[in-house]
Design a protein around this ligand. Structure first.
Ligand SMILES: [Fe+2]
Ligand SMILES: [Fe+2]
Length: 308
């Protein structure tokens, strides 16, 4: 009964585009995205930082890795293919769960390319649904006493907008799944790119149905909700009838040095016991000040925490 399942959580890798958009792929949003990448993002998001993170992650030997979106920048076919290759270095599809971010499902044409290319990393273990050229959401993966529930909050948006939405269909199914998993005694871990609760992101880049999603979580419960998108560490607690959710965001996995509100690369390890009453231990590992490796910077017991 003493088995502990360890999930690592990283996000917002923003891998460099291997090539510029083709004429067929080009539109106003991608043109602005290219400018944004070269002038604002490229200096901060470095491949070396991500390589150091993955080396440290491998040494920690987690049982599973959660990647909460924004693997790429412009949602191009070439990026999505490169990111699929990168994912194979993170681990095999059975050991890595991915949900898409707003930069993965960025704009048309090609908004669904990542869903097809990464579908094995978003496939549910118990789902009978065929993934015909794409993944179905929410997906559920049962991993021993842990259940991962993946949501898709990404949709094509106009220029300068990075909002998300999971919609009524996913919310309704999520409610049913959370109840079912609760009856099965699973520790429920929900993955979503956008911060899932109201007030956690700027209006232009927030989840549009955060109020409704918070309501589902408040009624049906999930032990852990992991997100990205803000490129900094965040932590909020949410009470549900039989317990308390820890809603935790991680910084980008590729930023070596803080700039603006965005903090240096870090990832979290969650040590999850089979007994849901036991707190989940969260260990944070961050890039060192000299940017030559990662080190542990904190260890907390979730579930018994007062709001941070
Ligand atoms: Fe991001
Ligand atoms: Fe994002």
């Amino acid at each position: 009964m003493g088995h502990t399942f360890t999930i690592a959580h990283l996000s917002d890798v923003h891998l460099p585009p291997p090539q510029l958009p083709s004429l067929r792929e080009l539109n106003a949003k991608r043109l602005l995205g290219v400018v944004n990448w070269f002038w604002r993002r490229r200096p901060h998001h470095t491949v070396r930082t991500t390589q150091l993170l993955l080396a440290d992650l491998a040494a920690q030997r987690p049982d599973h890795v959660a990647v909460t979106g924004d693997l790429v920048n412009l949602g191009l076919e070439s990026e999505v293919v490169a990111a699929r290759h990168w994912l194979s270095h993170v681990g095999p599809p059975e050991e890595v769960s991915v949900v898409p971010g707003n930069h993965d499902i960025y704009t048309d044409p090609g908004a669904g390319a990542c869903l097809a290319a990464w579908s094995s990393y978003m496939a549910g273990s118990a789902s009978g649904a065929e993934s015909a050229g794409g993944a179905r959401f929410p997906y559920v993966r049962r991993l021993g006493h842990v259940a991962i529930v993946g949501l898709n909050s990404a949709l094509p948006t106009p220029p300068f907008r990075a909002f998300g939405e999971i919609g009524h269909g996913q919310r309704a199914l999520l409610a049913t799944l959370l109840d079912q998993l609760e009856r099965e005694g699973a520790v429920r871990v929900v993955l979503i790119h956008h911060p899932p609760l109201p007030g956690l992101a700027k209006p232009d880049s927030a989840l549009r149905d955060a109020d409704q999603l918070a309501d589902v979580l408040r009624r049906h419960g999930a032990e852990l909700v992991l997100h990205g998108h803000n490129h900094r560490a965040m932590s909020t607690m949410l009470d549900f009838p039989n317990g308390r959710s820890s809603v935790i965001g991680v910084p980008s996995a590729s930023i070596a040095v803080a700039h603006g509100q965005q903090t240096p690369a870090a990832y979290n390890l969650y040590r999850i016991k089979a007994d849901r009453q036991q707190p989940i231990e969260m260990i944070t590992r961050r890039i060192t000040a000299s940017a030559d490796g990662f080190e542990e910077i904190g260890r907390v017991a979730l579930g018994s925490q007062v709001d941070a």
